[in-house]
Write a protein that binds this ligand. Structure first.
Ligand code: AMP
Length: 419
């Protein structure tokens, strides 16, 4: 085939007609389960102010330093959203959602944009679903977020995952830990990667997140935050762990799990799957008690997660799980001749009004070609109409699976198919 003149940008993918049913199926599952958890959907614009994303995600994160798609138009700086926690919190503050009372249990589904190097499971436009519970620091909220996340994978039949859990502490514990960590890393400073050296002063915990080979030895032997949590943070984390156990949700403690964003406090978690290959993270999240204040709201604790939808589909492929139902149409009208085609066009709405999906040939083709089309479209029935049928007002209804035919009036056909 000739190469197309225009193609998608690197790392940006079309969702073609054969694939969209599985997307819709997954979206339906997310909406259904969210309703069961009493989460409410929020939809925010694709573009946000660059400053929000820089503040919300952190100046020194990979996302902000390397991966945002940003441009200026007139006086405004635009960025294609790389994630949705900061935008949802922006909406919470902007629209005073706290005034609705209680904690806000929000969920979202949508595309995100990051200029990463594309590979399997890593795109530049990808999709996430996620939850943000804003307005409570009760560990129940942390556990409900995790339970919702896991429920989605369980319902789909993805069981081979690992939930990794850590606490990155409250500000006091973090300050304690940061000085212990810096003390430990200081003698090795010259041997750390350039990026880690940059992070050393401002955000030494992010060094634990480093994938640079030269950092690994120091990371392996580093002091762990769980030994430096204050009483409050420790108690909060213990409650999260206990509640997860009471729900039979298995987890492993991972003291190196600090997550990529700067605003996380206390609970941090990640869901990984060995079905995914090198990009093995299905989802990740945690508590971000400092973010609402950081972007101009009142101090408000919050917790959430984000899950990659493309990665979920990769796991489905590995496990041969099919989310989409087989494509089909109830009736395909095979029309022969000008009058029959006009009749077919006028008859389609009668089916549709009665809840029967219906289509017809658009190309004025031969009976054989139309029957072939009906098969390709996986039609349950074909209705065959030509001049004779119009005269008699009796039409041939063919059951495609059973290869049986009957001569029926249009009322009889509609009543048969709409049952
Ligand atoms: P993050 O917002 O970085 O915590 O990512 C949350 C989840 O989104 C990850 O666990 C992945 O499943 C997914 N994800 C993140 N970045 C990408 C990407 N570039 N392409 C596809 N999925 C991604």
């Amino acid at each position: 085939m000739a190469k197309a003149k225009y193609t998608t940008h690197l790392g940006m993918v079309d969702i073609l007609p054969d694939e969209s049913p599985k997307w819709r199926a997954l979206e339906n599952i997310i909406h259904e389960e969210a309703a069961k958890f009493n989460f409410e959907e929020i939809r925010t614009p694709i573009m946000e102010q660059t400053e929000l994303i820089k503040r919300g995600i952190g100046q020194l994160t990979d996302i902000v330093t390397k991966e945002i798609f940003a441009f200026t138009k007139g006086e405004s700086n635009y960025v294609l959203r790389p994630e949705l926690t900061a935008p949802v919190v922006r909406a919470f503050v902007q629209h005073h959602l706290d005034q609705r009372g209680g904690s806000q249990k929000l969920y979202y589904i949508g595309p995100m944009f990051r200029a990463e190097r594309p590979q399997k499971g890593r795109q530049r436009q990808f999709h996430q679903f996620g939850v943000e519970v804003i307005g409570t620091d009760n560990p129940v909220a942390d556990v409900e977020c995790i339970a919702f996340m896991i429920r989605i994978y369980q319902r789909i039949g993805i069981k081979n995952f690992e939930l990794k859990l850590n606490s990155v502490g409250d500000p006091e514990s973090r300050e304690n830990y940061k000085s212990v960590l810096k003390e430990y890393l200081k003698p090795h400073f010259d041997k750390l990667s350039e990026l880690s050296q940059k992070r050393f002063e401002k955000n030494p915990m992010r060094i634990l997140d480093s994938k640079e080979p030269e950092d690994q030895e120091f990371i392996k032997n580093a002091p762990v935050i769980s030994d430096h949590l204050n009483e409050e943070s420790k108690a909060h984390f213990e409650q999260v762990c206990e509640m997860l156990s009471s729900l039979n949700i298995e987890y492993t403690l991972d003291p190196l799990l600090v997550r990529g964003m700067d605003y996380y406090t206390r609970t941090a978690f990640e869901l990984t799957s060995s079905d995914l290959g090198s990009q093995d993270a299905l989802a990740g999240g945690g508590r971000y008690d400092l973010l609402v204040e950081e972007i101009g709201g009142k101090p408000t604790p919050a917790v959430g997660f984000a899950a990659g939808m493309e990665r979920l589909f990769i796991a489905c492929e590995e496990l041969e799980i099919s989310l989409a139902e087989e494509k089909k149409v109830d009736v395909f009208i095979v029309s022969l001749g000008e009058d029959a085609r006009k009749w077919a066009l006028k008859t389609l709405p009668l089916f549709r009004e009665n809840g029967v999906s219906a289509t017809m040939d658009y190309l004025d083709r031969s009976m054989r070609a139309q029957m072939k089309d009906a098969n390709r479209e996986n039609a349950s029935f074909t209705l065959i109409v030509g001049d004779n049928e119009l005269k008699e007002q009796k039409f041939t209804l063919r059951n495609m699976k059973e290869s049986e035919e009957a001569q029926l009036s249009i009322d009889e056909i509609i009543s048969k198919l709409s049952q």
